[in-house]
Structures are given as C-alpha cells and as structure tokens.
Ligand binder design. Structure first.
Ligand SMILES: [Zn+2]
Length: 248
C-alpha cells in the first residue's frame, strides 16, 4: 500500500462515523478523488481544521487496491480560504467552484493547469473581494480546458463572424448565435465589446486583470452566459448557482 503525498484543495467533507470524515479533494498529483479521513472529526484535531472547505493542503494518502475509497492519514494546511467566506457572496462563489469541480472534473485525472486555475481564482476571491471577474475567469478557463468553450467570435450555427453586432445567447445553445440564426428566439445579447474584454482579460494572469483595470461593464452578462454553458455541459442545474442569483 503505497503512501503518496500530494497537494490538494478540499472541495467538501461529510461525516462518516463518530470520528471520521469523507473528504472530496481535487489533488495536484492524483486528480479528483474521495478519501476517508480517519480521526478528522475529533475535537481540536489540527488535521480536522486543515479540512475546512476550500483549504489548500498537503495530504498524505494511502492507495488501496480494488477499493474506490482511498484513505487519508493526515493533512497539513498550506493556505486557508476559510476567513474570506465570512462574506456571503464570496462563500457562495467558493462553493460554486467546488460544486463545478465535483460535477465536471473526471475522477483520477491529473490536470496541472486546472489545479493552478483553482488556486489563482481562490486567491483572487480572497484578496480582491471581487466576485464577478474571478468567476468569469474560472468559467472561461474551465470550459476551455474541458474543450467546451465555443468560438466566441463566430455564430455557433452558421459559423459567420459575429463582428460588430455581437451575438445572442439562447438557452440550450452551445455557443453564441447571429441575429438571423436565433430566428426570433429570445436571447441575451452579448456585445462585441464584452466578448473582446473577456477574451483579453482571460489571456492575462487573473491577478493582473483585476489590479490593472476597474471591473469592465458587461462582465455579469458574460458570466451568466458562461455559467449557462457550464450547466449545459454538467447536464444538471447547479445548486450554488441558483443561490448566487438569489443573493445578488
Ligand atoms: Zn448564424
């Protein structure tokens, strides 16, 4: 039974028995997995404190042959994202990220870029206090790394360049549509300016996008569109997304 050391982000934990928890983790070296955290519910255990939601930890995991559930022997806190969650908006944004991870990231697939995306977005939520751009950035890159990001400059249906007109997002569509392809269907218009802003912003490190300019107009519309796409590909409604919309 090899013991492996890996960095991990705690997506959530749930009670298992008197003293144990199950931890759902997105790890850097082993991908997304669930592990039994034996003894983590004992009061005042530092191990238990390291397993607060969204903590960035160093985890020590036993791989067991022929068993789905792994066993985590200990975890050390590297960086906490717990205090920032006193702000309800940020708490919901962080829970949204965790929910999307559980729905969209395949189990046991290592993805270094996605792991770095998670850390960058959590740090940005923690230090900027802003929610919209960190989530636009998260949504854009999550879709892109999963291969679901459509060409934002062309109509999804006829492939014509959207140009100055921008495009329309009609619920259920996997991308933006031009005015004639939407054929009168009600949709959210996404202007060419918003498309350009999001593309340019997401090409930079998130920290720089946020520190170098004020929140540009239209990011909320872009976020709604990108999150609709995430729900479409997750093939279910996301609980935290509905909560975020209520809280705005
Ligand atoms: Zn078209």
């Amino acid at each position: 039974m090899p013991l492996r050391e890996t960095e991990a982000i705690v997506l959530r934990t749930y009670r298992l028995a008197e003293a144990d928890k199950i931890a759902s983790l997105f790890t850097r070296q082993m991908g997304r997995l669930r592990a039994v955290a034996a003894g983590a519910r004992r009061t005042k255990s530092r191990y238990g404190a390291a397993l607060e939601p969204l903590s960035h930890v160093r985890a020590f995991i036993f791989e067991r042959e022929h068993r789905d559930l792994l066993r985590m022997n200990s975890a050390e806190l590297i960086e906490s994202f717990f205090d920032m969650q006193k702000d309800y908006r940020i708490q919901l944004a962080a829970q949204f990220i965790a929910e999307v991870a559980e729905r969209m990231i395949p189990e046991r697939e290592v993805n270094e870029r996605l792991f770095r995306l998670f850390l960058a977005v959590l740090r940005s939520l923690k230090h900027s206090g802003e929610v919209t751009r960190p989530l636009v950035y998260f949504d854009y890159w999550l879709l892109r790394l999963a291969g679901f990001l459509p060409d934002l400059e062309r109509c999804q249906s006829c492939a014509r360049a959207l140009g100055e007109q921008g495009g329309y997002y009609v619920p259920g569509s996997e991308g933006l549509l031009c005015d004639s392809c939407r054929a009168g269907a009600t949709g959210q218009r996404i202007s060419s300016q918003v498309i350009a802003t999001v593309r340019a912003g997401c090409q930079r490190p998130l920290e720089r996008w946020i520190s170098e300019e004020k929140s540009p107009l239209g990011c909320r519309e872009a976020r709604r569109f990108l999150e609709d796409l995430i729900e479409l590909h997750a093939e279910r409604k996301l609980v935290t997304r509905a909560m975020m919309e209520e809280a705005v």
